[in-house]
Design a protein around this ligand. Structure first.
Ligand code: MG
Length: 170
């Protein structure tokens, strides 16, 4: 049985990850409307990854004989005024998610819940990659976004991203 606080934070993370999926689908939604199908593809796949993360937290709770409460998912409310806005919002959001993962880790550490810490190790590494990816997208957009030909090539690069299931299997 999991510690009550650890369980509560893990349950909340199911919702947070589904919200991330919803948020990134909205980014995809924005870029589709802008005609930037590569950016739209990149964030649609990002949304699929976030859904996978939610299901991993869901499964981890069930594997530990815990019940899961599915709460309402917040409406994405970001307003974008330029094509850089979602990229910067994405970085800010990933930094926030990193802080959430760290909070769960800290709670698990406090009660010597080594199983949950080991489960979370994958997410600690994943968050490092997410922040790197988000920073890279901003850098590329800063460098190439103002030139139509370069933007076209960047969009083509992002169109090539394909979905792959998470390496963590529970
Ligand atoms: Mg995630």
């Amino acid at each position: 049985m999991l510690n009550a606080k650890v369980k509560e934070l893990l349950n909340q993370q199911v919702n947070k990850e589904f919200y991330s999926a919803y948020l990134y689908l909205d980014f995809s939604n924005y870029y589709e409307a802008r005609g930037l199908n590569g950016f739209a593809n990149w964030y649609k796949i990002q949304a699929q990854e976030e859904r996978d993360h939610a299901l991993l937290f869901y499964q981890y709770l069930h594997n530990n004989n815990e019940t899961v409460t599915l709460e309402a998912i917040d409406k994405p409310d970001k307003v974008f005024t330029c094509d850089m806005d979602p990229l910067k919002a994405g970085l800010g959001h990933e930094e926030y998610v990193t802080s959430l993962i760290n909070d769960i880790y800290a709670a698990a550490y406090e009660v010597k819940d080594f199983r949950t810490m080991q489960f979370l190790d994958w997410f600690v590494k994943e968050q490092g990659e997410e922040e790197t990816n988000a920073n890279d997208l901003i850098s590329k957009m800063e460098l190439f976004g103002s030139d139509p030909k370069s933007l076209y090539m960047l969009n083509s690069e992002l169109a090539a991203r394909v979905y792959s299931a998470p390496s963590l299997v529970l």
